[in-house]
Design a binder for this molecule. Structure first.
Ligand code: NAD
Length: 486
């Protein structure tokens, strides 16, 4: 059994109260590590350390901050295999996915923000011949960073990198469900010579550690990625304390396939956008709307593709589809499939656990990729986020109808549109309620673009310039300079 430790003031530490939680490997349903069940006092120590580190780190030249963050990126690359293995054990995802997506993207997050701070511009505004204004963008102090379990290292570093690059110090909390890669990152940061207190990682439960962070008066900035209900709770805590908030929340993303789409491409990518990471990516398309002339063929081939996914031990290089992250997550998925059945839906494939699994993982949290048809847009299955390997398919006849159905949930994170008609692509993209619209692709990410959701999918944007701005406070300096002597 491994032991995961907090990272506070440059040291790896046990939790103050000596309490621990089990970390479960989802593929085997057995504990593989113990993780700190930290409390208020650990958060207080982390915030104190971050406060002490702030004056020096915020004045460290950008080039030096950049050098250290690039060193962290290089170490993530060097430890790719170990990190990918840890993430696969922690999360249940296929190791090939962790190796090709999560870990390289975590290094890319550090590299992107480490170099972005070397190229920022600052604004100045001249007020006729009366004054010149210039804007200072200053780090805000201690940032509180809270991340979910689905892309543990990737989403954790997506927050840590811009916070630190812009000169903030941070207290960060990974999900208690998948703590291992954040722990390994702590070791990497320490070995890279990140000064003590610049990054502090406190492990533990949301209602204890997360809540203490959101309520702490000396954490003026909060960046959260997770569920919508948790985001609402954090908003309630943060509002009276006037904290600056970024909330990246849930989604119920539509995937619109028009009859003129490149069908091979649309089907191949839709299999990925439905079932990558067992459907546990906030950007997965969970409602597939297909124009009627191609509906039957699309569903047939989608089902064939889903059935062909190789379910198995996440640590096996050939596995394409792993375990769900936890027992509660598996129960939630089953409940929604039961609701679909009660509503008279057709289960086109999946709907239950796989029957043959390798011995090592036969007790794990597995559920087959599931395609459901026959449900109307107002069904709970089409309205509520399931966050698992379950997609619905439905035909549509008109573009307007497809857009209306696409926009009919409370969410607005991302959408995908498949068409060869350029006018339609622009028209539909313009009308979809979403922070990101992909056309003829999915999850293609450019770290410079604004990333986030509308409606109940979140508040604020991350990525590129948006992140640099979020983690800094603008200050206008106005200097009068009468150009004449009068
Ligand atoms: P969650 O909301 O349960 O937990 C997220 C984090 O918040 C965890 O670290 C958790 O410990 C912490 N937390 C829980 N209660 C808290 C509280 N009261 N105060 C402070 N922190 C608290 O979400 P999850 O189940 O870990 O992740 C799945 C959700 O995340 C899905 O809804 C998914 O759509 C969403 N998500 C969104 C994005 C995005 O970019 N919009 C990306 C990934 C995941």
């Amino acid at each position: 059994m491994q032991t995961i430790l907090n990272y506070i003031d440059g040291e790896l530490r046990e939790p103050n109260a000596g309490e621990w939680l089990d970390s479960i490997e989802p593929a085997t349903a057995t504990p593989y590590a113990r993780v700190p069940d930290s409390d208020n006092s650990d958060v207080a120590a982390a915030v104190d350390a971050a406060k002490r580190a702030f004056p020096s780190w915020s004045r460290t030249p950008a080039a030096e901050r950049s050098r250290i963050l690039l060193d962290i990126a290089a170490r993530i690359d060097d430890q790719r295999e170990a990190l990918a293995r840890a993430e696969s054990i922690d999360n249940g995802k296929p190791i090939s996915l962790a190796r090709t997506v999560d870990v390289p993207r975590a290094a890319a997050n550090f590299r992107f923000f480490a170099t972005a701070i070397l190229h920022t511009e600052s604004e100045s505004h001249r007020t006729d011949d009366v004054a010149i204004n210039y804007t200072l963008r200053q780090p805000r102090g201690v940032a509180g960073l809270i991340s979910p379990w689905n892309l543990p290292l990737y989403l954790f570093t997506w927050k840590v990198a811009p916070a630190l690059a812009t000169g903030n110090t941070a207290v960060a909390k990974p999900s208690e469900v998948t703590p291992m890669t954040a722990y390994l990152l702590s070791e990497i940061c320490r070995d890279a010579g990140l000064p003590p207190g610049v990054l502090n990682v406190v492990h533990g439960l949301g209602p204890k550690v997360g809540e203490a962070m959101t309520l702490h008066p000396d954490v003026p900035t909060l960046s959260f990625t997770g569920g919508t209900a948790t985001g609402a709770r954090i908003g309630q805590n943060a509002a009276p304390l006037f904290k600056k908030l970024s909330l990246e929340l849930g989604g119920k993303n539509p995937n619109l396939v028009f009859a003129d789409a490149d069908l091979d491409d649309a089907i191949e990518t839709s299999i990925r956008s439905s079932f990558a990471n067992q459907g546990q990516i906030c950007l997965c398309g969970s409602r597939i709307l297909v124009e009627r002339p191609i509906y039957a063929e699309f569903v047939r081939r989608l089902v064939e593709g889903a059935n062909a996914l190789r379910i198995g031990d996440p640590l096996d290089d050939d596995t394409g589809f792993g375990a769900l992250v936890s027992a509660p997550q598996l129960d939630k998925v089953k409940q929604y499939v039961d609701i679909a059945r009660e509503e008279g839906a057709t289960i086109e494939c999946g709907g239950d656990a796989p029957t043959s699994l390798p011995d090592r993982v036969k007790s794990g949290y597995f559920f087959r990729p599931t395609v459901i048809s026959g449900l109307g847009p107002t069904s709970r299955v089409n309205q509520e986020e399931i966050f698992g390997p379950v997609v619905t398919v439905a035909p549509f006849d008109r573009e307007d109808e497809a857009i209306d159905i696409a926009n009919s949930t409370a969410y607005g994170l991302s959408s995908t549109v498949w068409t060869q008609n350029l006018s339609r692509a622009h028209r539909v993209a313009d009308r979809l309620a979403a922070g990101t619209v992909w056309v003829n692709t999915w999850m293609l990410r450019d770290l410079r673009v604004p990333f986030g959701g509308t409606r109940q999918s979140g508040v604020g944007r991350e990525g590129g310039e948006e992140a640099l701005r979020f983690f800094t406070e603008p200050k206008n300096v106005c200097i009068q300079y009468p150009l004449s002597d009068s």
